[in-house]
Design a protein around this ligand. Structure first.
Ligand SMILES: Cc1ncc(COP(=O)(O)O)c(C=O)c1O
Length: 390
């Protein structure tokens, strides 16, 4: 929906709790009710109550959530979908046969799988470039390019794209920029303030924060984004359910405090890893040794809790993940619990051996989404799991 909030001048944590979440008109309930309904009684022909006709089009729980996410990212509209992948699919319906997309080469494996194995069949073309360099992006733009899609930081190598520089390069060529902001959340990075046109999230991750619901969102900045994404929700139906919308609203209320703790724990774990393995084996933009540390300081409000490190071999990686007790070896990220994954066989399996080699994703690479447990316990668990696996 289009953002209606009047409280957008408040601070981030305040907006996360209040925007889109005014007490219920009927009862004063301080949480947005879960509207479990597929349809709405109408009071006569053309007489809907508050414009509600059918739940694929609007649902008050989802409306509240969209208002909230729109406010947090600083856009003018937000539209929620059943997963992050459903949101990216909706984003790509802005294009038609013959259109071209420039995309970060180190993008989430599911995104490149959607592009390469589904959307190419509908006549869209994709060029993957190293978006760390805005000139490379500019050079990849063609007359038929409609979108530059970037992910920063990237999954799992934690390289960054300068959102402002890439947005300027794209806009100079009349091309829009979308940013997958999943890894940092709007608490730590707000791409629209840096010039991006559309922000996309897998809300499954930090926005939800509790590993209990899938979701995705597109936050737009122009009336045509609102019109398009509303229409796509209506036509394709891949919307977020009322209950998942409620879970996400509940998660978002604590986003600010969670992200502060994720950031603090991420920094501590990265520092411990660097002391153990040395700077060339740890990938975290918060480290002074990270080649884009200055950019991270400039465009992010913290460094977050996603990091990767190199254990040297598949055997060492397997020994490590098998011995973890507190941290979970599992897909996904952004939950309150520490989640460890093996990109080569999990998130980036679909990229193939050659693709992974090009991106630097080795069989010994481990990705960590550092949770908000006591950091000594996280480090203690990783330490015991490393014994004998190096
Ligand atoms: C950066 C990023 N974008 C998009 C997605 C896809 O989101 P979902 O799993 O909610 O469909 C993921 C999933 O891991 C992701 O990490």
């Amino acid at each position: 929906m289009e953002c209606m909030s009047e409280a957008t001048k408040m601070g981030f944590a305040t907006r996360a709790i209040h925007d889109g979440q005014a007490p219920d008109e009927l009862t004063g309930a301080v949480n947005v009710p879960v509207y479990l309904t597929s349809t709405y009684k109408q009071d006569g022909i053309g007489k809907t109550r508050g414009g509600h006709e059918y739940a694929r089009l609007t649902n008050p729980t989802r409306d509240g959530l969209e208002e909230s996410l729109c406010s947090l990212e600083g856009g003018t509209s937000a539209h929620c979908f059943g997963s992050g992948m459903a949101a990216i699919t909706a984003l790509c319906t802005m294009m038609k046969t013959g259109d071209h997309v420039v995309c970060t080469e180190n993008v989430y494996g599911g995104t490149s799988r959607l592009f390469n194995q589904v959307l190419v069949n509908y006549g869209l073309t994709f060029t993957y470039v190293d978006t760390r360099d805005a000139d490379t992006v500019a050079q990849a733009i063609r007359p038929e390019t409609k979108l530059v899609h970037i992910e920063t930081p990237t999954n799992p190598m934690m390289s960054l794209t300068d959102i402002r520089a890439v947005s300027e390069a794209a806009h100079a060529n009349g091309v829009e920029v979308s940013v997958d902001n999943t890894f940092l959340s709007p608490y730590l990075q707000r791409p629209i303030e840096l010039g991006a046109d559309i922000v996309m999230h897998s809300t499954t991750k930090f926005l939800n924060g509790h590993s209990d619901g899938l979701g995705g969102v597109l936050v737009g900045t122009k009336p045509e984004h609102a019109e398009r994404f509303r229409f796509v929700q209506k036509c394709t139906g891949g919307i977020l359910s009322p209950f998942d919308s409620y879970l996400l609203l509940r998660g978002v209320k604590t986003l600010a405090v969670r992200m502060k703790q994720h950031d603090a724990n991420g920094r501590a774990v990265a520092q411990w890893l660097i002391e153990r393995f040395g700077p060339e084996k740890v990938f975290y933009p918060g480290l002074k040794t990270h080649p884009q540390h200055e950019l991270a300081k400039r465009q992010q409000k913290g460094f977050g809790s996603m990091l990767a490190f190199e254990l040297g071999s598949l055997e060492a990686a397997n020994a490590f993940v098998s011995k973890l007790k507190l941290c979970y070896f599992a897909e996904s990220l952004g939950g309150v619990e520490t989640l460890v994954c093996h990109p080569a066989t999990m998130t980036h399996a679909a990229v193939g051996t050659e693709g992974r080699k090009k991106l630097g994703i080795t069989d010994g690479l481990i990705r960590v989404s550092v949770g908000i447990e006591d950091v000594e316990d996280i480090i203690g668990d990783m330490e015991q799991a490393l014994e004998g696996s190096e």
